[in-house]
Design a protein around this ligand. Structure first.
Ligand SMILES: Nc1ccn([C@@H]2O[C@H](COP(=O)(O)O)[C@@H](O)[C@H]2O)c(=O)n1
Ligand SMILES: C[C@@]1(CO)OP(=O)(O)OP(=O)(O)OC[C@H]1O
Length: 163
């Protein structure tokens, strides 16, 4: 296997009426919820898929089936930590991650640093290795109609013995 690996993840969850949403492990109070089997943290799910994809380890649904009652209401931070542990066991570590959250609402600007810090803490990396960005879709499509939130995540992994 080569010394550097790139991975991409993408996830979407529907928005419903609620009192808040989890994004990147941060609770964001608002008049929505994210509909899911787990806690609905669509951003952490995309990041899990990017990590798994980088080493061709399948996807989040393979590792944590949404038919398994153990994952009902699951803390996605724990799922992320598990995925990153698989990466570490394979001899790799994160170089950097870049996450783009497409959400018409709620406004996320005030939470960006908290989200970066949250991910960095969950997988014990430096906050400067983690980028989180937000964009609306200018009211176009399902994101623009506030029917759901979509997230893209890209990661670069480097092997521990890279020289
Ligand atoms: N849910 C969101 C979406 C976007 N932002 C911030 O607004 C700025 C403009 O976004 P565009 O839709 O024009 O890409 C940008 O700085 C985003 O970070 C936000 O805070 N919350
Ligand atoms: C996270 C899991 C856990 O049961 O369920 P959901 O919260 O529905 O999220 P999804 O993005 O569909 O990924 C599948 C499952 O791994």
């Amino acid at each position: 296997m080569s010394k550097m690996r790139i991975g991409h993840g993408y996830d979407v969850h529907c928005l419903g009426e609620g009192e808040g949403i989890h994004l990147c492990g941060v609770w964001i109070p608002c008049s929505y919820c994210l509909i899911a089997h787990s806690d609905g943290d669509v951003a952490l799910h995309a990041l899990c898929d990017a990590l798994l994809g980088a080493l061709a380890l399948g996807d989040i649904g393979k590792h944590f089936p949404d038919t398994d009652p153990r994952y009902k209401g699951a803390d996605s931070g724990k799922l992320l930590a598990h995925c990153y542990q698989l990466i570490r066991v394979a001899g790799y570590q994160l170089a950097n991650a870049d996450i783009t959250i497409a959400a018409q609402t709620p406004r996320l600007a005030d939470y960006i640093l908290l989200m970066r810090e949250s991910i960095a803490k969950l997988i014990a990396v430096d906050v400067n290795q983690i980028s989180v960005k937000a964009t609306t879709t200018e009211k176009l499509g399902f994101v623009g109609r506030s029917e759901g939130i979509a997230v893209d995540a890209v990661v670069l992994l480097e092997h521990n013995d890279v020289n």
